[in-house]
Design a protein around this ligand. Structure first.
Ligand code: NDP
Ligand code: ZN
Length: 351
């Protein structure tokens, strides 16, 4: 089969590989559509997870089951499925401890385009099919289904990590597709003010649609100073970090009230250390929680988030600004995600 692979850091292209074999609890899936993620850019061009050779890229997609192992109960060939980017081993000790995303080691629930071939290929392998796949509701089209792999669950996980409560003032740093879903999630959870940080007009417009009430630009100076000026010097209850770099945490801590929480879902692609400002962190006693996490993945989450989209409570269609048809456009879509033209939110390739 053909797959679009990272040949080494900074180099990618189509390669030929054997079709994956299906273990007793696994499934083999043929993609219906795939989406490109900023994480693919970090992995391929920034070498953020280290060197990989001839590894097929991609972890966002939906598809049709073509084969299942003999232990799989709830899926059969021909079923249309949602596929999470994170596919944990559900009987691992880490999953039993509540951290499925770290099953087998830190971040090891993230298998596609990390420890094994990803979804940018004619067929891909899904471990623990009953635990990780979800049936695709009829009312969800394949383009929207791709947003359920990673953008919705990751953006929403930022909301969970920041523990957004009714009436909270929430700062969302970064309003690419992930941050946009954090805005949508914070809104669904009952935030009162949502201050969004980002500049691309397309993203600003989408953020407004998802419930952002105010906007600031990181290009206009310190984020924290702007936030403090907007909140009578008090700061915000919650910060969700979905953009920027290691230095962004300094701004997040400064912009946060004592007792507040920071939920980071940003993939820090480079830099050595995150700096925490001593004084604004209450000289160590400010009760300002800093939490960061990979989204949980798995079937239950896919089913629940799929139900939100199917019921019309969440419209993910504004995210897919660039829809292509055919594998021959995959490279173009990937390069678009790297270059991030102003009108881009998310490129999707329908197969
Ligand atoms: P985008 O690049 O599309 O968006 C990034 C956002 O951050 C933009 O709004 C951008 O603003 C803003 N930004 C850029 N620089 C700064 C800065 N210095 N300070 C503040 N904001 C800034 O990214 P995505 O939405 O696709 O992804 C966001 C992150 O989430 C990525 O790092 C991605 O790898 C990661 N991720 C994490 C996952 C997880 O499970 N934890 C899963 C999937 C993705 P502008 O409008 O100016 O471009
Ligand atoms: Zn992703």
């Amino acid at each position: 089969m053909k797959g679009y692979a990272m040949l080494k850091i900074g180099e990618s292209g189509w390669i030929e590989k054997d079709t994956p074999t299906c273990g007793p609890a696994d499934a083999i899936v043929r993609p219906l559509a795939v989406a490109i993620c900023t994480s693919d850019v970090h992995t391929l061009w920034e070498g953020a997870i280290g060197e990989r050779h001839n590894m097929i890229l991609g972890h966002e997609g939906c598809g049709v089951v073509v084969e299942v192992g003999e232990l799989v109960r709830d899926f059969k060939p021909g079923d249309r499925v949602l596929v999470p980017a994170i596919t944990p081993d559900w009987n691992s000790l880490e999953a039993q401890a509540g951290y499925s995303m770290h099953s087998g080691g830190m971040l090891a629930g993230w298998k596609f385009s990390n420890f094994k071939d990803g979804v940018f290929s004619e067929f891909f392998h899904v471990n623990d099919a009953d635990g990780n796949l979800a049936h695709m509701p009829d009312s969800i089209n394949p383009v929207d289904a791709c947003m359920l792999s990673d953008m919705v669950p990751t953006g929403f996980h930022g909301v969970e990590l920041a523990d957004v409560q009714f009436g909270d003032t929430v700062l969302v740093i970064g309003i690419g597709p992930v941050g946009l879903m954090s805005v949508a999630g914070a809104s669904l959870r009952g935030a009162s003010r949502i201050i969004a940080v980002g500049t691309r007009p397309k993203c600003v417009e989408a953020a407004r649609g998802y419930g952002a009430t105010e906007f600031i630009s990181y290009k206009d100076g310190s984020i924290a100073e702007q936030v403090l000026a907007m909140t009578d010097g008090k700061g915000v209850d919650r910060v969700i970090v979905a953009g920027g770099g290691c230095e962004t945490f300094e701004e997040a801590v400064k912009a946060l009230k004592p007792g507040g929480k920071i939920g980071n879902v940003n993939y820090l692609g480079d830099g050595e250390f995150i700096t925490i400002p001593r004084v604004e962190w209450g000289v160590g006693m400010g009760h300002k929680d800093i939490r960061g996490g990979l989204m949980p993945g798995g079937r239950l989450r896919m089913e629940k988030l799929g139900a939100l989209v199917a019921s019309g409570r969440l419209d993910v269609s504004p995210l897919s600004t660039h829809v292509f048809h055919g594998w021959e456009h995959l490279e173009e879509a990937l390069f678009l995600m790297r270059d991030k033209p102003a009108e881009l939110i998310k490129p999707v390739v329908v197969i």
